[in-house]
Design a protein around this ligand. Structure first.
Ligand SMILES: *[C@@H]1O[C@H](CO)[C@@H](O)[C@H](O)[C@H]1NC(C)=O
Ligand SMILES: *[C@@H]1O[C@H](CO)[C@@H](O)[C@H](O)[C@H]1NC(C)=O
Ligand SMILES: *[C@@H]1O[C@H](CO)[C@@H](O)[C@H](O)[C@H]1NC(C)=O
Ligand SMILES: *[C@@H]1O[C@H](CO)[C@@H](O)[C@H](O)[C@H]1NC(C)=O
Ligand SMILES: *[C@@H]1O[C@H](CO)[C@@H](O)[C@H](O)[C@H]1NC(C)=O
Ligand SMILES: *[C@@H]1O[C@H](CO)[C@@H](O)[C@H](O)[C@H]1NC(C)=O
Ligand SMILES: *[C@@H]1O[C@H](CO)[C@@H](O)[C@H](O)[C@H]1NC(C)=O
Length: 892
C-alpha cells in the first residue's frame, strides 16, 4: 500500500504561518488522490477500452494510461507516471503543455542506497520554488548535518562560492504543515534526492513552482536598489544615490521568504555620498531559529570593515528599525547549521537614506580654549590632550543654519565659537548665485579644504568653484579683482562638472583637496541665477585648520603629514591622533598620518610615546585573528620594540618610529599594554612617527595616542671633519628618562682628513659590555667626493655617510680597547658609529698621525709621486690628489 500522502490545498493563503510565504498551488478544489487525480477510478480510459480509469482534474491534467490507469499526471509529464526520477522539468515546456508553471514531484519509493535528481529550468524572470511536505526514511539530522540521506536544492551549474554548505533536509518520517519552503535564484537548479544508507523504502513529496519575480504576494521577492559584489557568495552594496524614493531599496537573506542556506555570511554594505545622510534600516520581518543566537544572527557595524565597531546585534527580534549616520554601515547576516523543523526564513528589510540637518550625530569638533597658544603648548612630561568637544559645532555662521556652513558663512578658527574643522555645503542657508564661504585662521594656521560632491552646469566655466588664498569680498567690488583672483586660485573647477564622492562600485574617489599657504581662505561658487531644485548647482566638502607652529608644517600633497624642524619648531611639543576628522570623511581604507622630526646638526630629538589606546587588526576576511588584537604582537628588546605579525603590517593598527634611513626604531601594535609605556626614542638623525589605522572609517576612527617630543641641544655627532693630526672624540652623557623602554639611535660619521702624507693610529676604548649588534664603530676608506662639507646639518651627515668606502675595521664594545694602525698614506679615513640600544653608547676615539715614515715595514715601497699616477686604489687616488694640492701650496 502506498503511504498516505497528505492532501494539500492551500487556497487563498500566500503567507500562512509567521512570515514564511509560498506560492499557493491548487486546482479545481476537489482533487482527492493527488494534485492531478480527482479519483482513482470511474472515468473512461484513454483509447476507449473501459471506464475504470482515473478521473483527472479538468485543468492541465492528463491520464497516465496503461502504466498507471488509476492515476493522472500533469500534461507533459505523463511519461514519468511510473517513475518520477532523474527528470528535467522545463518551465516553458510545462507551461505550453499544461498551462501551469507549477506541479508536484512525488519520488518513487526507492531502496537505499540510491538517488534521483530533478533538473528545474526556470524561464527568464522566474525563481525556482520548492515546497516540501513529506519525507520518509530520508536520513536523519545528527545535530549538525544530515547523515544517511537528504534532499537538497542547489545550483545546477556551479558549486557555491567557497564550498559553502548546501541546504540539505532530512528526516525519518516527517510531515511538514506548513511546508518547508526553499527558493533558488541562480537559474537552472537541481533538486537532489540521495539516500546513502540501506533503507527499505525512501520517498518524498514536494510541490514546485517557477515563481514570477513580479509576484507581489511576497514570493517573488528580489532585492531592489543594490548591486551584487562580484566574486562573493551573497554580498551586496547599497548606495544612497540608488535609493532615493521610499521602498526603492529592499534587501533580504538569501532565498527569502524561504529557508536560507546554512553556514553563510552575507554582508550588506550601505554607503552614503553625503555627509548629512543617515541610513535607516527597517526590518519588516526577522525570523531566525529559536535559541540559536550564537550561530544565526545579524550585526550592524559602523564602517565597511567586519572589524568596525559594533552598533547592534539582532536575533530574537521580530521587527526592528535601526538608524545611524554614514558614510558606511555594514550589515552582516550569519547562519549556522540548518535546524529542523526548518520553520524560519531570515529577514527582509527596507532601506532609506535620510538627509538630516540636525547635528546630534555630528562628529566631535576640536575647539581649543583661547588663547590658543597656551592650550597647545605641551611639555615633555605633561603632554595634555587637546580637549575634544563632543557637543557639536557651535560656529559663528552668518546667514546660514547653525549646523551646516553654507553661503555667506564666516568660520573662525579661534575665539568664542571657533571651530578647528567642519563640513560646508553651499545648499545650506539662503540661496545666492554667488556663494562665498570665508575660513579665517590664526596667524600660524594653514587651511585644508577637501571637496566631496559638486554639480556645476553652465558651460565654459560660467559656473565654477574657486578656492582662493586670503579674504575676498565679492559683490560690486568683486569684479575688479577678478584677474588678481585668477592668479591666486589654489583650485578652480569649471562647469560643466559633476563629482560624486563615490564611484558606482561604492568606493570613495581619490581626494580632491588643497592646503593654503596663508591663514585665510575663501571658497567661491558662482552659478546660474535660475535653478531648479533637482539640478541645483552646489559644492560640499570639509575644512580643517592646521596650526603649523604646534602641529608641524603641513605637507600639501599628503593626506595627513607634518614636519617639525628642530631649528624652527618649538623645542618641546606634543602630537596625538588626528582630531580634524571632518576632512577624512571620505577615507575608507588605511589612514597613515606621519610626523617627521628633523633635528638640526647639533641636535637630537626625543620622542616619548606616553599614551596608547587599544589597537585593532583588520586582516583580510577569513584570515585568522580578523577583528581581534591577536593578529599583531609587540616585542620589546634591546634594539627597540618590534611589531610581529604573519600578515603585512598595514593590516594592523600601529604606531611606529622610523629613522630617516628606514631603520625601524620601534613599533607598537596589537597587544601592547599601557604598563609598558612610555616608549622613548632619542635619535641623532631625523625620525618619522607613523600613526597607521588599518581600516579607517569616519564612523569609527582608529585609536588615540599621545606622544611628546623635544629637540635637545647635544652635539654628539656634531663636528664631522677633523683636519688635525691628533685628537679625541668621546661620547658625552645625556640625561635619561629612566623608562624601561628607552632607546638611543645614533648614526654618526666623522672624517679624519689630512693634506699631507701620514700614517694614522686610532685607539678606540669603551667600558661598556655590550654586544656588537647594539652598537659598533667602523673604520672605512674614503670613497671620494669633497671633504669638508660636514657642517651642513643632517643633510651633510648623509653626504658624509655616503663617503664611507670599503670597510677596514669594526670595533665592538666588548673589544674594550683596541688600537688600529692604518696603512701609510691612507690619509683620509671615515669613522662611523651606529647604535640602536637601550643604553647610550659610551666610547672614546683617539687618533694620532705619523707624518714621517718611520720604517718600510708598514707598506709597499713608496713610489715617487709622479711615478704613482697609475695607482688604482681609491684611497691612493684620494691621497695623491691631496698630495698634488700640498705640492702646489708649497710652490706658492
Ligand atoms: C538517477 O541518476 C543517478 C545518477 O545519474 C543514478 O545514480 C541513479 O541510479 C538514477 N536513478 C534511477 C532510479 O534511475
Ligand atoms: C554529524 O555528521 C557529520 C557528517 O558525517 C559529522 O562530521 C559530525 O561530526 C556529526 N555530528 C555529530 C554531533 O555526530
Ligand atoms: C585673515 O583675515 C583676518 C580678517 O580679515 C585678518 O584680520 C587677518 O590679518 C588675516 N590673516 C592673515 C595671516 O592674512
Ligand atoms: C655644533 O657644535 C660644535 C661644537 O659644539 C660647533 O663647533 C659647531 O659650530 C656647531 N655647529 C652648528 C651648525 O651649530
Ligand atoms: C656617564 O655615565 C656613566 C654611567 O651612567 C658614568 O659611569 C660616567 O662616569 C659618566 N661620565 C661622565 C663624563 O659623566
Ligand atoms: C652595528 O650596530 C648596528 C646598530 O645597532 C647593527 O645594526 C649592526 O648589525 C652592527 N654591526 C655588526 C657587525 O654587528
Ligand atoms: C689599552 O690597552 C693598552 C695595552 O694594550 C694600554 O696600554 C692602554 O692604557 C689601554 N687604554 C685604555 C684606555 O684602557
Amino acid at each position: 500500500m502506498r503511504p498516505p500522502l497528505p492532501l494539500l490545498l492551500l487556497a487563498a493563503c500566500a503567507a500562512c504561518t509567521a512570515q514564511i510565504a509560498w506560492t499557493p498551488i491548487f486546482l479545481d478544489g476537489s482533487s482527492q488522490v493527488d494534485l492531478w487525480t480527482q479519483s482513482s477510478s470511474g472515468c473512461a480510459c484513454p483509447g476507449g477500452d473501459g471506464d475504470d480509469c482515473a478521473c483527472c482534474v479538468r485543468d492541465g491534467a492528463c491520464p497516465c494510461g496503461d502504466v498507471a490507469p488509476a492515476r493522472c499526471a500533469q500534461c507533459g509529464m505523463e511519461q514519468y507516471c511510473a517513475n518520477m526520477c532523474n527528470i528535467t522539468i522545463d518551465s516553458r515546456i510545462l507551461k505550453s503543455k499544461s498551462g501551469k508553471t507549477f506541479g508536484q514531484i512525488k519520488s518513487p519509493s526507492i531502496e537505499g542506497p540510491g538517488a534521483c535528481s530533478y533538473f528545474l529550468q526556470p524561464d527568464a524572470g522566474q525563481r525556482v520554488e520548492i515546497q516540501l511536505y513529506r519525507l520518509v526514511s530520508v536520513g536523519k539530522f545528527n545535530g549538525t548535518s544530515c547523515v544517511g540521506g537528504w534532499l537538497q536544492l542547489g545550483s545546477a551549474s556551479a558549486v557555491p562560492a567557497g564550498g559553502a554548505a548546501e541546504t540539505r533536509l532530512c528526516g525519518a518520517n516527517e510531515r511538514y504543515t506548513p511546508p518547508v519552503v526553499l527558493f533558488a535564484d541562480h537559474g537552472a537548479s537541481t533538486l537532489e534526492f540521495r539516500i546513502t544508507e540501506k533503507t527499505v523504502r525512501s520517498q518524498f513529496l514536494a510541490f514546485f513552482s517557477f515563481t514570477s519575480l513580479s509576484n507581489t504576494q511576497g514570493v517573488g521577492f528580489h532585492p531592489r536598489g543594490g548591486s551584487r559584489i562580484p566574486h562573493t557568495d551573497c554580498d551586496w552594496l547599497y548606495q544612497d544615490v540608488s535609493c532615493r524614493g521610499p521602498g526603492s531599496c529592499v534587501l533580504a537573506s538569501p532565498g527569502y521568504p524561504g529557508l536560507y542556506p546554512p553556514h553563510r555570511r552575507c554582508r550588506y554594505l550601505f554607503a552614503t555620498n553625503s555627509v548629512h545622510t543617515r541610513v535607516k534600516i527597517m526590518f519588516t520581518s526577522i525570523l531566525l531559529p529559536r535559541n540559536h543566537c550564537t550561530t544565526d544572527y545579524l550585526t550592524l557595524r559602523a564602517g565597511s570593515s567586519p572589524s568596525a565597531s559594533l552598533l547592534g546585534t539582532l536575533c530574537s527580534e521580530r521587527t526592528a528599525t535601526l538608524e545611524h549616520p554614514g558614510p558606511n554601515l555594514l550589515l552582516e547576516f550569519n547562519s549556522g547549521p540548518l535546524v529542523p523543523p526548518y520553520d524560519y526564513n531570515g529577514f527582509i528589510a527596507k532601506l532609506e537614506f535620510i538627509e538630516r540637518v540636525d547635528s546630534s550625530g555630528s562628529p566631535p569638533t576640536v575647539v581649543p580654549a583661547s588663547p590658543p597658544l597656551a592650550a597647545l603648548t605641551h611639555h615633555m612630561q605633561h603632554a595634555d590632550r587637546i580637549p575634544i568637544d563632543s557637543s557639536g559645532m557651535t560656529n559663528e555662521v552668518s546667514g546660514g543654519s547653525s549646523a551646516r556652513m553654507g553661503c555667506g558663512a564666516t568660520v573662525r578658527a579661534y575665539g568664542p565659537g571657533g571651530a578647528r574643522s567642519g563640513h560646508f555645503d553651499s545648499r545650506a542657508g539662503p540661496w545666492r548665485s554667488q556663494c562665498v564661504i570665508h575660513l579665517l585662521g590664526a596667524p600660524t594656521d594653514v587651511v585644508q579644504v577637501s571637496l566631496f560632491n559638486y554639480n556645476l552646469r553652465l558651460p565654459s566655466c560660467r559656473s565654477h568653484i574657486e578656492i582662493l588664498e586670503g579674504v575676498h569680498e565679492f559683490g560690486g567690488r568683486g569684479e575688479r579683482d577678478r584677474s588678481e583672483r585668477g592668479d591666486r586660485a589654489l583650485l578652480r573647477v569649471c562647469g560643466p562638472a559633476v563629482r560624486e564622492a563615490r564611484d558606482p562600485a561604492g568606493r570613495f574617489l581619490i581626494r580632491q583637496a588643497v592646503t593654503s599657504k596663508g591663514a585665510n581662505l575663501t571658497i567661491l561658487v558662482r552659478r546660474a541665477t535660475q535653478q531648479t531644485p533637482d539640478e541645483e548647482e552646489f559644492v560640499d566638502g570639509a575644512f580643517a585648520f592646521h596650526d603649523e607652529q604646534h602641529e608641524g608644517t603641513a605637507s600639501p600633497d599628503a593626506t595627513c603629514a607634518a614636519t617639525h624642524y628642530g631649528l624652527s619648531s618649538p623645542a618641546h611639543g606634543g602630537v596625538s591622533a588626528p582630531s580634524h576628522h571632518h576632512i577624512f570623511w571620505n577615507i575608507e581604507e588605511r589612514l597613515l598620518c606621519t610626523h617627521r622630526f628633523i633635528p638640526a646638526a647639533n641636535q637630537s630629538v626625543t620622542i616619548e610615546i606616553q599614551r596608547l589606546e587599544r589597537m585593532w587588526s583588520a586582516e583580510p576576511a577569513g584570515a585568522a585573528g580578523a577583528g581581534v588584537a591577536g593578529g599583531c604582537r609587540t616585542a620589546c628588546g634591546d634594539a627597540g620594540c618590534e611589531c610581529r605579525s604573519h600578515t603585512p603590517l598595514y593590516y594592523h593598527d600601529h604606531v611606529a618610529l622610523v629613522a630617516g634611513d628606514g631603520t625601524h626604531l620601534s613599533c607598537l601594535c596589537g597587544d601592547f599594554q599601557a604598563a609598558w609605556l612610555p616608549v622613548v626614542v632619542r635619535s641623532w638623525t631625523s625620525v618619522r612617527l607613523e600613526y597607521s589605522v588599518a581600516h579607517y572609517t569616519y564612523a569609527s576612527r582608529g585609536f588615540e595616542y599621545a606622544a611628546a617630543y623635544s629637540f635637545n641641544d647635544d652635539a654628539m655627532c656634531g663636528q664631522r671633519t677633523y683636519t688635525t693630526h691628533s685628537g679625541e672624540i668621546s661620547s658625552r652623557n645625556v640625561s635619561v628618562t629612566g623608562s624601561l623602554n628607552e632607546f638611543f639611535y645614533q648614526q654618526c660619521t666623522w672624517v679624519l682628513d689630512s693634506n699631507v702624507e701620514r700614517q694614522l693610529f686610532i685607539d678606540i676604548t669603551s667600558e661598556q659590555d655590550k654586544s656588537c649588534g647594539s652598537w659598533n664603530i667602523t673604520l672605512h676608506e674614503w670613497s671620494g667626493g669633497a671633504v669638508g662639507a660636514g657642517e651642513g646639518g643632517a643633510g651633510g651627515g648623509a653626504g658624509l655617510a655616503a663617503a664611507a668606502g670599503e670597510l677596514l675595521y669594526t670595533f665592538c664594545a666588548r673589544h674594550k680597547n683596541h688600537t688600529y694602525t692604518l696603512p701609510w698614506r691612507l690619509n683620509t679615513v671615515v669613522i662611523r658609529l651606529v647604535a640602536l640600544s637601550r643604553q647610550q653608547p659610551l666610547y672614546s676615539i683617539r687618533w694620532r698621525s705619523q707624518v714621517v715614515r718611520a720604517n718600510t715595514r708598514l707598506g709597499p715601497p713608496t713610489p715617487a709621486p709622479a711615478a704613482s699616477a697609475a695607482a688604482s686604489s681609491l684611497g691612493l687616488t684620494a691621497a695623491l690628489l691631496y698630495c698634488v694640492l700640498c705640492l702646489s701650496l708649497l710652490i706658492q
